[in-house]
Design a protein around this ligand. Structure first.
Ligand SMILES: [Zn+2]
Length: 321
C-alpha cells in the first residue's frame, strides 16, 4: 500500500483493491471507484434483515415497522443510493433511525455525516469516537500505513458504549458487543438474535489475509479470541455477514480462525528461533497458506502484521493509543 494521505480516496483505493482481488470476472467494481457507477446490491439475509453491498464494508439493515437500523454506512457519496435501496424494499417509509459503526475505518463510517445530517443517530464503541475525533495513523506496523485526518463533528457517534449496547427496534434486541483489540481496539460484533444473523465487522473478512490495524490497537491474538468467543455465542446455523465479501456461515469463520492460528504459530516459531522479519519473508514461511494471499494483504504484509502483533510492536509512527 502506498504511503499516501489515507483520506476517503485512500479507502476507496482499498475497496477497489479488495474488489479487484475478489470480485469474479465480470464483477461491477471498477478500479477507480466512480461513485456514480456504484450500484447497491441488496440481499435478503433472514426475516427483516438485509445485507447491502456497494463499495466499502458490508451493511446490515434491520428494516421494519419501527424504522431502520443499519450497521456501517460505506462512503458519503453513496448515502442517497443506500437510502433509496432501503426505500425500494417498500417495507417502511420510516427513516434510518440508527447507524451502528463496527469500527472507525473510513470504508465503514464514511457515510456518518450524511446519515447524521438526515436525522440518524450514530452509535459506536468509545474508541471509534476517539479515533474518528483525533485522526491518526492506521497500519500493520510495517508497510501498510494510512493517515486519517480528524473526522468532522457530524461524523462522530452521538451515543458510545464501553462494553455493549442494545437497540430495541422492529421486535428485536439488536446487540452490539465490543471485542477488544482485534481488527482495531474499537470493534463491535452486532447480533440480531431473533433473525439469527450476525455482522462481524472486519474481525472476519473474505478477501484473504485480513488487514489488522496494529497501529490502532488491533492484534491477531485479539482477532482470534473475538471470533472464537463469538462463535461459541452463536447457533450453528447463524447467517454471518462479514466485514467484506460474501454472506457466510460459521464454518467459514472457523476456517478463517484456523488460518489465523496456524500462521501465527508459524511466525511465533520463527520469532522463537530469533529470525528477523526479513528472514521470514525470504524463507517464505507462510507459503503453505498462500491461497489466502491477496492484492491488499499479501504474504509479506501478513508476516509483518503477525510479527508486529506477536511482538507487541506497533511501528514507530504510532500517534495515539
Ligand atoms: Zn476496517
Amino acid at each position: 500500500m502506498r504511503e499516501t494521505l489515507w483520506n476517503q480516496r485512500g479507502w476507496v483505493r482499498l475497496a477497489a483493491t479488495i474488489a479487484l482481488a475478489l470480485v469474479p470476472v465480470g464483477g461491477a467494481q471498477a478500479q477507480n471507484t466512480d461513485y456514480s457507477k456504484v450500484q447497491i446490491k441488496v440481499t435478503k439475509v433472514s426475516g427483516n434483515i438485509y445485507m447491502l453491498e456497494g463499495a466499502g464494508g458490508n451493511i446490515a439493515a434491520s428494516v421494519g415497522e419501527d424504522g431502520i437500523v443499519i450497521v456501517d454506512d460505506q462512503y458519503a457519496p453513496l448515502a442517497d443510493k443506500i437510502q433509496s435501496a432501503l426505500r425500494d424494499l417498500k417495507i417502511t417509509d420510516k427513516p434510518v433511525r440508527f447507524v451502528i459503526n463496527t469500527h472507525y475505518h473510513g470504508d465503514h463510517t464514511g457515510g456518518n455525516v450524511p446519515f447524521a445530517n438526515s436525522g440518524s443517530t450514530v452509535i459506536a464503541q468509545d474508541n471509534v469516537r476517539k479515533r474518528l475525533e483525533s485522526g491518526g495513523t492506521a497500519g500493520n506496523g510495517g508497510s501498510v500505513k494510512m493517515d486519517n485526518p480528524p473526522a468532522p463533528k457530524a461524523a462522530l457517534p452521538i451515543i458510545t458504549f464501553e462494553h455493549d449496547v442494545t437497540v430495541h427496534l422492529n421486535g428485536e434486541d439488536i446487540r452490539a458487543l465490543h471485542f477488544p483489540s482485534g481488527h482495531t481496539d474499537g470493534d463491535a460484533v452486532i447480533f440480531f438474535p431473533k433473525n439469527n444473523v450476525v455482522h462481524m465487522g472486519d474481525d472476519f473478512v473474505r478477501y484473504g489475509f485480513p488487514f489488522i490495524d496494529v497501529a490502532s490497537g488491533g492484534s491477531v491474538q485479539g482477532m482470534i479470541a473475538a471470533m472464537e468467543k463469538a462463535t461459541t455465542m452463536l447457533p450453528a446455523d447463524v447467517k454471518v455477514i462479514p466485514g467484506h465479501g460474501a454472506l457466510s456461515n460459521l464454518d467459514d469463520v472457523r476456517a478463517f480462525v484456523q488460518m489465523l492460528k496456524e500462521t501465527s504459530a508459524a511466525v511465533q516459531k520463527a520469532i522463537d528461533e530469533h529470525k528477523t522479519m526479513e528472514q521470514m519473508k525470504q524463507e517464505k514461511i507462510l507459503e503453505p497458506w498462500k491461497k489466502w494471499s491477496g492484492d491488499f494483504i499479501d504474504t509479506d504484509k501478513f508476516i509483518e502484521t503477525l510479527y508486529n502483533s506477536l511482538t507487541g510492536s506497533k511501528g514507530e509512527f504510532l500517534k495515539h493509543n
